[in-house]
Design a protein around this ligand. Structure first.
Ligand code: FE2
Length: 145
């Protein structure tokens, strides 16, 4: 079984984001599988590089969507993206210093980060886009009831 299963619960309601998240989950699972089955260091290093490259690509496209939509939490979201890219950069250094082995800690962190970021932060953007700006701007929200 894959480490991370895609389900509708992970859908943020924006097809482009969902497609990119699916691909991230897919590459993450490939990395997890490669680590568990003891794949060679060249394969591990290829998959890790693909995960990092695609993550950066995905963040750029997501930030662009957020900018176009005038998403109020854009700054914070960009900060979170930068932090992950930094952390993954450190993982990559560890990986090379470590005889090109992926540690359980790295996989657990990535699994947690991906799920949590999609479910909480990207979901907030999805709601903002699909339900209108009042969904994430309480000050301007219409009175309920
Ligand atoms: Fe994001």
């Amino acid at each position: 079984m894959a480490a991370l299963e895609w389900s509708d619960a992970l859908s943020v309601g924006i097809p482009q984001s969902d497609d990119e998240h699916k691909k991230l989950v897919e590459i993450f699972n490939e990395l997890d599988e490669a680590a568990r089955t003891g794949k060679g260091t060249r394969i591990m290093s290829d998959v890790l590089a693909r995960l990092i490259d695609y993550t950066v690509e995905h963040f750029e496209s997501e930030e662009k969507l957020m900018q176009e939509a005038d998403f109020p939490a854009l700054e914070l979201h960009i900060k979170q993206h930068r932090q992950l890219v930094k952390k993954v950069g450190r993982f990559r250094q560890q990986f090379h210093a470590n005889g090109r082995r992926i540690t359980k800690e790295m996989l657990e962190f990535l699994n947690y980060w991906l799920t949590n970021h999609i479910l909480v932060d990207d979901m907030a953007f999805g709601k903002f886009v699909t339900e209108g700006s009042s969904a994430t701007a309480p000050a301007e929200a219409e009175p309920v009831g």
